[in-house]
Design a protein around this ligand. Structure first.
Ligand SMILES: Cc1cc2nc3c(=O)[nH]c(=O)nc-3n(C[C@H](O)[C@H](O)[C@H](O)COP(=O)(O)OP(=O)(O)OC[C@H]3O[C@@H](n4cnc5c(N)ncnc54)[C@H](O)[C@@H]3O)c2cc1C
Length: 284
């Protein structure tokens, strides 16, 4: 049994190493900015995030975030920086340094959501940052029931809330009703925050959420992950909603991608389908 598990993990590692380059912009900020330039030329917005493997020192990750902010400024446009608060140890002094760079051109700093234990410290940091900088965003994952309560906590603190299904399960509650909760979170945010980003590749869910937001006072965007199928962007175009691409870069993306593969082996089928479509030269 142990041998079977080891063989499965080895196979997933091999597959991951083969497919990962299709899902990241590259190792360096220059790679990400090249991808962003292509996307911006097509009229799409961007957000970039250097990914780490949690062994990188906090000050080194803060340096890479600062480097990305400067690159976004040089590129022009409204591209924003996505950060992972655990990667810089929730350190308020390091965040203040980033804010000092971002405020030179009013660029958005957005907090990704990470594993469940990081939810409260990230939220505390976001609310503290709201006291020194107005152009903030944060992410609410629909897999966690707490996200519905967190709507009240983030409303008034951030300009933009990104809603995702979430990479991590709730540690206590069963993993059910995610799409319904996603929609409920969007309804709760509609009209309460200036902008809601619907971040999903799930067409029926995206259509429902964009329609909810169109009937509210909140602006909305569709956000997609670089490398995943883009067909869902059609739903945004039909509704006149802007599309933004999340462009991750950095050598450490792989372990994160592999976690996803282990949790949901059906991703392998999606990857095979995407690779076939790419090989045939068909755009998704
Ligand atoms: C812009 C953006 C930002 C995100 N930020 C965060 C974050 O901060 N924290 C966090 O926990 N999660 C984040 N996520 C990931 C998110 O939580 C989901 O894991 C991911 O988006 C897949 O969920 P889905 O809503 O697209 O629906 P799914 O039901 O998972 O997928 C819908 C469809 O998309 C396609 N698809 C999905 N995944 C793949 C794949 N790997 N390969 C090929 N096709 C695929 C398939 O056609 C599938 O049917 C983000 C996602 C996006 C798009």
């Amino acid at each position: 049994m142990r041998l079977a598990k080891r063989l499965a993990v080895t196979a997933l590692n091999r597959i991951g190493r083969y497919v990962a380059p299709a899902y990241i912009a590259g190792d360096r900020v220059e790679d990400a900015m090249r991808v962003c330039a292509r996307l911006q030329a097509r009229g799409w917005g961007v957000t970039v995030c250097p990914w780490d493997d949690e062994t990188d020192p906090h000050h080194e990750m803060a340096r890479r975030y600062a480097e990305a902010l400067v690159a976004l400024r040089r590129a022009g446009g409204d591209g924003y920086l996505s950060v992972k608060a655990p990667s810089f140890g929730y350190d308020r002094a390091l965040l203040a340094d980033l804010v000092a760079i971002a405020e030179e051109d009013g660029r958005r700093i957005h907090f990704d959501s990470m594993y469940p234990q990081s939810a409260q410290p990230t939220l505390d940091l976001v609310r503290a940052a709201a006291g020194i900088y107005p152009h903030l965003g944060c992410t609410l994952p629909a897999r966690w029931p707490r996200s519905l309560q967190d709507v009240a906590a983030v409303a008034g603190a951030v300009e933009t809330v990104r809603v995702v299904k979430g990479q991590w399960a709730d540690p206590v509650h069963p993993d059910t009703g995610v799409e319904d909760r996603y929609e409920a979170i969007v309804r709760a945010l509609a009209g309460r925050v200036p902008r809601v980003a619907v971040a999903s590749h799930d067409p029926p869910l995206v259509a429902r959420c964009l329609d909810i937001l169109a009937a509210s006072d909140s602006a909305c965007e569709l956000e997609l992950l670089y490398g995943l199928p883009r067909g869902v962007a059609r739903l945004a175009a039909e509704r006149g909603v802007p599309v933004r691409m999340y462009v991750p870069y950095g050598v450490a993306y792989l372990p994160y991608a592999l976690n996803d593969l282990r949790r949901r082996p059906r991703i392998l089928a999606w990857i095979a389908r995407d690779m076939a479509v790419r090989a045939l030269g068909l755009r998704r």
